[in-house]
Design a binder for this molecule. Sequence first.
Ligand code: MF3
Ligand code: CO
Length: 248
Amino acid sequence: MIILKSESEIAAMRKAGRVVAQAHEIVRERLRPGITTADIDRWVAEFFQRVGAVSAFKGYHGYPAHVCTSVNDEVVHGIPGPRVLEEGDIIAVDIGAFVDGFCGDSAWTYPVGQVSELAQKLLRVTEESLMKAIEQAVAGNRLSDIGHAVQSHVEAAGFSVVKSFVGHGIGRSMHEAPQIPNFGRPGRGPKLKEGMTLAIEPMVNAGGDDVRILEDNWTAVTADGSLSAHFEHTVAVREGQAEILTVV
Ligand code: MF3
Ligand code: CO
């Protein structure tokens, strides 16, 4: 069942979304070669504590950190630790928070210093695919219009969409129905309605779409070692144009 939110519930989700976006601003400003992924985790944890937000990830099925940090060939769910970021790396930072009982969830992939032409293209195409997906998140469309928009944009650029992880409904829980694949034929699935709140999150590989999970049981990496990017916003379905909730 897809839970529709009232205007006052969407206002609460806007608050959670803003906190997540502010955490991303902190990360973006401080990110540079020489920092560790654990530094990012600490910056966000301190910020959440200061504003009274609670990480949506820490403790989720035993996840050990406040954020996910996925470097280069890591697709999603990388665990922050002693890894030092180097010039030329790309890093997906995934941040989720509960504020006043509602959840915001957003991921962004950042270049560390100057990155390769390929990495720049991968970041651009993946971000564009998220924006094209959000354009489809309007009342009257069908759920699969979202994934179709991602897949067509990504494959036209010569990249591949990860199939084994999906976006999701979001609200009082981080994960609600429906699941939102980043691929598929258009015009399928439930009709989108005003008041649905969705976390749309394309994961895109420069090479093949296969992923495997590392020994830590969390970190997903590309099977072929190619670069991967992840962009995510929490949005509210509206008539005419979706509202992005994870903005400052
Ligand atoms: N944004 C991710 C999601 O939507 C991250 C959650 S993984 C966690 O599923 F385990 F760290 F919580
Ligand atoms: Co998510």
